[in-house]
Design a protein around this ligand. Structure first.
Ligand SMILES: NC(=O)c1ccc[n+]([C@@H]2O[C@H](COP(=O)([O-])OP(=O)(O)OC[C@H]3O[C@@H](n4cnc5c(N)ncnc54)[C@H](OP(=O)(O)O)[C@@H]3O)[C@@H](O)[C@H]2O)c1
Length: 328
């Protein structure tokens, strides 16, 4: 395993493994025994960065979520895990009632929600201090200052280490960080967005993104990250749910554009040269990109996790990287 530092304030900065493990489906689609086996294997391989959320995975059983945090919490307790494994969780997108969703009935990002939801997450996870807490989705109804101050209070009292943000417009991330900086408060330092080798169309409206996806790394976010090297990018769904290697996992419709076959051809070529799998080439490409990315991989078996972890040792040549980058 390799490691890198996230966060820039010496008081809260920490080292994490370069590959993060997503626990989204643990306790719902992935049963507890398998989830424990995957977590055990990840820790044994030196993995130290586990990702969950207070709403995972409400859409599986129609409830409000929490199974994933529960499983990670039980795993931590049963294995006696302490601060060596960083756990990141998220709030803001938990449905307020069973049978509803973040699209129409999300808990949001008010000061009250931030305090109460973080407390519930700490209980489920069995942690005095959450290593990293993200704002999961935007809440346009709450003034940004209230959200910024709500998160900062948790850092000040020591119940949260680092702050992160996911699925927000870049302008909103920057504005929240500016509000925090002007008040001497901690701001978002870890950005979690969907990112992979293939690029989706960004202009297709989605439920919470009427102008097209704000949850995917596009040109504006890439430019922001290059300008702000203190920020860390965590990339979710980097393997497109298995679509690179599996016929049973077709690419989503927003990848249906002329750039996709060109990029897939470059990927297949480099895959053949390396003798690795396409999944591993995609992960190696992310790990070594100009703005280094922390791939956040999901797995429903130990074998899938092993395939992803092996990408840490795959070094692409400069020529392979140039060809992958140039394919559009
Ligand atoms: N911030 C956000 O809004 C957001 C959104 C989505 C996800 N996330 C986070 O990101 C994590 C990863 O996201 P995800 O969508 O990739 O995860 P996921 O749905 O938890 O898992 C990815 C799926 O891809 C397949 N897969 C994984 N490794 C594979 C391999 N080596 N070969 C073939 N198929 C493989 C498996 O499908 P099968 O089970 O069908 O085999 C696996 O369940 C999540 O667990 C969550 O923590 C965050």
């Amino acid at each position: 395993m390799k490691y890198r530092t996230i966060g820039s304030d010496p008081a809260t900065t920490r080292e994490v493994s370069v590959i993060a493990l997503g626990a989204m489906l643990f306790g719902s689609l992935t049963d507890e025994a398998t989830s424990f086996a995957i977590l055990d294997r990840y820790a044994e391989a030196g993995g130290t960065f586990v990702d969950t959320s207070d709403n995972y995975a409400f859409w599986i059983d129609g409830g409000q979520g929490g199974q994933s945090e529960d499983v990670v919490g039980r795993w931590r307790r049963s294995r006696g895990v302490g601060g060596e494994i960083a756990v990141a969780t998220k709030l803001g997108a938990r449905p307020l009632a069973s049978g509803t969703s973040y699209t129409d009935n999300a808990e949001g990002l008010s000061a009250k929600v931030i305090r109460e939801s973080a407390e519930r997450s700490r209980e489920r996870l069995g942690m005095e201090r959450l290593d990293l807490l993200y704002a999961h989705i935007e809440d346009p109804a709450v003034p940004l200052r209230e959200t910024v101050e709500g998160f900062a209070e948790l850092v000040a009292e020591g119940t949260v280490g680092l702050l992160g943000v996911s699925n927000h417009a870049v302008w909103r991330v920057e504005r929240a960080r500016a509000i925090a900086a002007a008040s001497g408060l901690p701001g978002y330092e870890v950005l979690q967005y969907q990112h992979s080798y293939l690029k989706p169309r960004l202009d297709v409206p989605e439920s919470i993104f009427p102008d097209g996806s704000l949850g995917t790394v596009g040109p504006e976010l890439a430019s922001y990250l290059r300008a702000e090297p203190g920020l860390a990018l965590v990339a979710y769904t980097p393997l497109l749910s298995g679509a690179y290697t599996r016929a049973d996992k077709p690419l989503p419709l927003d990848y249906d554009h002329p750039g996709t076959p060109v990029r897939l051809a470059a990927l297949r070529e480099v895959t053949r040269e390396t003798g690795a799998t396409s999944n591993q080439v995609v992960l190696a490409w992310l790990l070594g990109s100009r703005v280094p990315v922390i791939p956040l991989v999901g797995a429903s078996s130990v074998a899938q996790l092993d395939e992803s972890l092996a990408a840490v040792d795959l070094e692409l040549t400069a020529d392979q990287r140039t060809r992958l980058d140039a394919a559009h």
